[in-house]
Design a protein around this ligand. Structure first.
Ligand code: DGJ
Length: 689
């Protein structure tokens, strides 16, 4: 057979081959090549311990036969056979999609591999669709979305995160020389620790060096497996975590794995900018994808559960005065929610706190010129709630076990259609009755006691739950096209490209310390769009660092600026400053949210931060010092990026105005003096006509 299938993007090519045994082989992923027939290497059993399969780069590896590497798919047929033999069946190719169908022709099990390309991007979207064409059940024990083989036999450094609550997106890199490394979540959500992403390189920097990257569009328990075999081939698989997962594919049924978005770049900056643009153009919900997000005020840190019309309106007045465009009331407005001990599940307005209903507050907020937004935690219930009293069986549970609680909450079994409907109805009712334009969808604990008596195979719940969350979000957005949704899970526990296919933005961390936040924001910016990253200015000062309001604003203005401070405590001077920064942010917002980002300096490598955001006619440079400013090393030169070489730019540093060409600013650099600890400079670099 010996056939090649080419997938071309603007600058890259991906080639799949089918050998004469019908094995679908990975042949190439790299710079764009044209009209070149690629040979499919011959493979043979080298000795009794190394079979031909050890030498094959397979495109979607099935468990079975002589294959001992990590596999992409593992199944159990109804007669007990666990040997899956997937051979090429057919291929169909259009301008933007290649579909390769593999088949186990004994058991009539098919896997479609999809590869989608876009005229405006080098990113390729991949996913697998599993089809049971037989009359018997097939138990799927593992289903990855994509397998990626890298070209060089030399080791790669693999980058992921090792985060925690309050410390999400802490980047870590390790050189994988032997064995496997796994990045995963087993919690039911993405979690705060690892990311469902893959970044591999051999000595790349922000600006240079080949980087292979991929991100999984999924917010449930995921797995990223990277393995380097004895021949030196590094390959990665991304998909739904097979830990405690299986799925019974009934006769005639299909199952689709979540998408993987993957690409190749020259340097990390290009990777981030390509993925950011791709997400804006192709992943984010359409209504707000290409628009800058509003400046939001959230009252959580100011009032916690102690919400009422008077208090919220007081804050709203101040938020409006500052220039906020959206006022969000967080936790505490519903049921008997006076603390974190009760109320979740009872999504009706607490009449003690709002005796005249919610519209008094909403109308007040609207009269102040702001939209109104509300917090929900739809996947949860508490023992002390009407919902739990009425439906104690609506949670994941086993009859023989007592449910563990975290933050006094239990996880609703969203795989029950009536529970999914209840959750939708509660939110729908609130949206129908009130002028609510934004919802923050929170999720504050991982799953436990994962029994679901409604399902024939309860191990399906991991995937079904996440899909139910997406389905509710999509239904709400369909019915209320103006609705903005933010995904939150105790901070950044659901910040990924799966969530961002259904939610317009995410909350990246409950840690709003402006310096910690720069590290978190850097990690987030690697593969996710900056505009989706809500960044609050708050009063948080657990680290006892002497951070000024200027510093806090400069940190949060590098994402989607939001205010979470207790404005009742703001002095007149603070109010004046905040107003000034919000006005400035509104001017530079299209550049920060929709422009390109160049991470010029960071604290761990250089001792200070410098991020440059570039739009068509202007760039904005944020320079921020930490506690250390060494004597005699105050003078810094920053080689800017992404400017128009021939254009002239004007900018002001410490009161002095300069005009230079883009070429000069990029190769000569922009000079500045950094004397003070926790100093923040925001420098606008404007093209001169
Ligand atoms: C956790 C979130 O991350 C916070 O922003 C806040 O909404 C609280 N939950 C409310 O309970």
């Amino acid at each position: 057979m010996n056939k090649n299938y080419f997938i071309n993007t603007k600058n890259t090519t991906y080639v799949i081959g089918v050998d004469d045994k019908g094995i679908v082989r990975h042949l190439y992923w790299g710079r764009r090549i044209e009209d070149e027939m690629l040979e499919i290497p011959d493979i043979w059993d080298t000795n009794s311990n190394h079979s031909d399969m050890d030498n094959a780069m397979t495109e979607y590896t099935a468990f079975g036969g002589k294959m001992y590497r990590n596999c992409a798919v593992k199944c159990r047929y109804s007669d007990g056979c666990r040997d899956c033999v997937l051979k090429f069946k057919s291929a169909s190719q259009s301008d933007n999609e290649l579909i390769i169908t593999l088949e186990d022709n004994v058991y009539l099990f098919e896997v479609e591999l999809h590869y989608i390309t876009y005229p405006d991007s080098d990113v390729i979207t991949r996913f697998a669709r599993l089809k049971n064409k037989s009359d018997n059940d097939i138990l799927i024990e593992k289903m990855m979305s994509a397998e990626i083989s890298l070209p060089s036999e030399m080791p790669y450094e693999v980058i992921n995160t090792n985060g925690s609550w309050g410390g999400e997106f802490q980047l870590e890199g390790e050189t994988l020389k032997a064995g496997s490394v796994v990045f995963e979540s087993r919690k039911g959500t993405t979690g705060h620790t690892n990311q469902p992403t893959f970044i591999a390189h051999q000595g790349a920097s922000e600006d240079f060096g080949t980087v292979y990257y991929a991100a999984l569009g999924y917010s449930g328990s995921f797995k990223v497996e990277v393995q380097r075999d004895f021949k030196g081939i590094t390959r990665a698989m991304l998909g739904v975590n097979d830990f405690d997962f299986s799925y019974t594919l009934k006769a005639g049924q299909e199952l689709e794995a979540p998408c993987v978005y993957m690409g190749i770049s020259n340097g990390f900056a290009e990777m981030s900018n390509e993925m950011s643009r791709f997400a804006i153009n192709h992943i984010l919900p359409r209504a707000y994808a290409q628009k800058p997000l509003p400046v939001l005020y959230n009252s959580w840190e100011a009032t916690a559960f102690d919400v009422n019309t008077k208090g919220q309106l007081e804050l709203a007045k101040k938020a409006a005065e500052l220039g906020c465009e959206l006022f969000v009331m967080d936790d505490g407005w519903f049921g008997k929610r006076n603390s974190d001990r009760a109320g979740l599940g009872d999504w009706f307005v607490n009449e003690e706190k709002f005796p005249n209903g919610l519209d008094e507050l909403i109308d007040g907020v609207n009269t102040l010129g702001m939209d109104f937004g509300l917090w929900f935690e739809p996947e949860m219930v508490q023992r002390d709630s009407d919902l739990f009293r009425a439906h104690p069986d609506w949670i994941y549970h086993y009859p023989t076990r007592e449910n563990n609680e975290l933050r006094n909450q239990l996880v609703l079994n969203l795989t029950k259609p009536e529970v999914e409907q209840y959750v939708f109805d509660c939110m729908d009712k609130m949206l129908e009755k009130h002028n609510i334009r934004y919802i923050k969808w929170d999720m504050n604990r991982p799953f436990s006691e994962v029994g679901a008596e409604n399902l024939e195979n309860a191990q399906e719940l991991w995937l079904r739950h996440t899909n139910a969350v997406y389905a509710i979000a999509d239904r709400l957005k369909k019915k209320y096209p103006y609705l903005q949704l933010e995904a939150c899970a105790s901070g950044g526990g659901r910040a990924d490209l799966g969530a961002l296919g259904h939610f317009d933005m995410v909350w990246t961390s409950d840690n709003t310390d402006p310096l910690d936040r720069l590290i978190i924001q850097q990690g987030f910016s690697m593969l996710y769009p900056i505009k989706c990253m809500r960044a609050w200015v708050t009063d948080w000062n657990d680290n006892r660092r002497p951070v000024s309001l200027d510093f806090r604003f400069a940190s949060s203005m590098q994402g989607s600026l939001s205010i979470g401070a207790n404005l009742n405590e703001y002095s007149e001077q603070d109010m004046g400053k905040a107003k000034k920064y919000i006005a400035l942010y509104k001017e530079i917002r299209p550049i920060v949210q929709l422009g390109r980002l160049y991470r010029l300096r960071n604290e761990s490598a250089h001792g200070y931060w410098a991020n440059e955001y570039v739009g068509d006619n202007e760039a904005v440079l944020f320079v921020m010092t930490t506690a250390h400013t060494l004597d005699n090393r105050h003078h810094k030169v920053l080689n800017l990026r992404g400017l128009d070489e021939k254009a002239k730019y004007s900018y002001t540093v410490d009161g002095r105005e300069f005009v230079h060409s883009g070429a000069y600013l990029m190769s000569g650099g922009l000079s500045l003096e950094l004397y003070n600890p926790f100093d923040a400079k925001i420098i606008r670099i404007k093209k001169v006509d």
